[in-house]
Write a protein that binds this ligand. Structure first.
Ligand code: PNS
Length: 166
């Protein structure tokens, strides 16, 4: 079985991420979406909340070959645990390339049996990132069309709670 792993911070999942998940699910036997803790990024949502948001966003699709998990550690260790050899990453622009190239080389150095496969993001999502979604929400802009409809309320609720706490 061809199992691929789609890792990320997903803080929160965007329509760009969702598109990569759907296309991966249509291409491979099984997709494991894994929320990893990026030590350089301070999150808006807890890792467990991000998992729940991804699951909620996937509900209408009803994809039986997509699983969502959370892991605190090296991606290659998660891959080993799942007996998976392919990492899926989305590429939006040339600016993503250097960072993704570095990560792919590092993962391959840590485990030479692991390959990273890049999927080009669709043009309509090429400007979209979790960070820009958070900025738009914080300053009162509309996030309709940027994140899955199912999680819009959750994101706005969390952002408003954070603003009140300041
Ligand atoms: O969505 P992001 O923030 O670009 O995802 C980055 C992520 C979480 C995939 C990356 O930081 C990661 O793989 N973290 C786990 C730790 C790890 O394995 N690091 C080695 C590769 S540099």
């Amino acid at each position: 079985m061809n199992t691929v792993v789609y890792p990320g911070s997903f803080d929160p999942i965007t329509n760009g991420h969702l598109d990569i998940i759907k296309r991966s699910a249509a291409t491979f036997d099984e997709v494991i979406v894994v929320v990893l803790v990026n030590p350089h990024k301070k999150g808006l949502f807890e890792a467990s909340e991000r998992v729940e948001l991804i699951k909620k966003a996937l509900e209408p699709i009803g994809d039986v070959n997509v699983k969502v998990e959370c892991f605190n550690g090296l991606l290659v260790d998660f891959m080993k645990e799942k007996n998976a050899k392919i990492i899926i990453k989305g590429l939006r622009a040339v600016s993503d390339f250097e960072y993704e190239f570095q990560m792919s080389l590092m993962n391959n150095k840590l485990d030479p049996t692991v390959e990273t496969v890049f999927m080009m993001t669709r043009a309509e999502y090429s400007f979209l990132s979790s960070s820009s979604v958070k900025q738009v929400a914080i300053f009162g802009g509309s996030i309709i069309g940027l994140v899955p409809d199912e999680i819009i309320e959750d994101v706005m609720e969390k952002v408003n709670k954070k603003i009140k706490e300041r």
